[in-house]
Design a protein around this ligand. Structure first.
Ligand code: CA
Ligand code: CA
Length: 255
């Protein structure tokens, strides 16, 4: 099964053009807010608002993190269109991509090529999930969350984090996702890294599936930025079948 990857026509697939990639980066830089309910209201401080802020509503000093809110923009892959998996989405809002990091629509046609709405996965999966692309060993997406407005609270050492996502892969292949959050100081010093346990074929029982993964801990004092790093790794076939959906980073504590 491993040698017979079902997507043999990848060689004719269009590559993302430099212009397209630039447009994606520019759109990502605009911090397009997510459309999906799962991420609604989760716009992090890092996202530059496209709407001018009235002078009277000068940015308040935030002393505490927004408890319970997901700080990851477009963690559910719903903010842009998903492809059929054979092409790469021209725009994945909120993320800076390398390789062919993709947003794919859940397979409603039952082609067997990708997770369906009924395969094991998040109950609120929406229409799309993230994947590693049609023909790439390694794809990556990074999002940097600015938490400097919570600095005083973070420096108390009493703010906790929970990093979670649904991670998965394809049938008997060990294509996988490595998802980490890096806690950085104002000058970019790495203070700590939190990583989700990976999901391998053995975890999925040889079936196409996404499984929940979570890790939690204390946000290191001096943290001012949190970098979310999603690595999709191909182990078999043409397609990079690292799958992810419903990525979330929630901070709690410090009043
Ligand atoms: Ca989704
Ligand atoms: Ca594969």
């Amino acid at each position: 099964m491993i040698g017979s990857d079902r997507r043999a026509n990848a060689s004719r697939l269009p590559l993302v053009t430099a212009a397209g990639a630039l447009a994606s980066l520019l759109l990502a830089a605009c911090g397009t807010p997510p459309a999906g309910a799962a991420s609604a209201g989760a716009a992090p401080a890092a996202a530059a608002s496209p709407t001018p802020i009235p002078t009277a509503a000068a940015t308040p000093v935030v002393q505490s993190p927004p408890a319970g809110r997901n700080l990851i923009v477009n963690g559910d892959a719903e903010a842009g269109p998903g492809t059929d998996g054979e092409t790469v989405a021209p725009n994945v809002p909120g993320w800076t991509r390398t390789g062919d990091f993709n947003a794919i629509a859940y397979d409603t046609n039952g082609s067997g090529n990708y997770p369906t709405p009924n395969d094991p996965g998040p109950p609120d999966r929406g229409r799309n999930f993230f994947a590693g692309g049609p023909n790439t060993d390694h794809s990556r997406a990074v999002q940097t969350i600015d938490v400097s407005d919570m600095g005083a609270a973070l420096d108390s050492g009493r703010v906790s984090y929970t990093l979670s996502a649904w991670l998965g892969g394809y049938r008997g292949q060990d294509d996988q996702v490595q998802l980490a959050a890096r806690f950085l100081s104002a000058d970019g010093r790495l203070l700590a890294t939190a990583s989700l346990p990976t999901v391998l074929d053995s975890d999925r029982g040889g079936k196409t599936a996404l499984l929940p993964r979570t890790t939690s801990g204390t946000v290191p004092a001096s943290t001012r930025r949190i970098e979310i790093d999603v690595d999709m790794i191909r182990k078999a076939g043409n397609a990079n079948d690292g799958y992810a959906d419903d990525l979330a980073l929630v901070l709690n504590g410090a009043t």
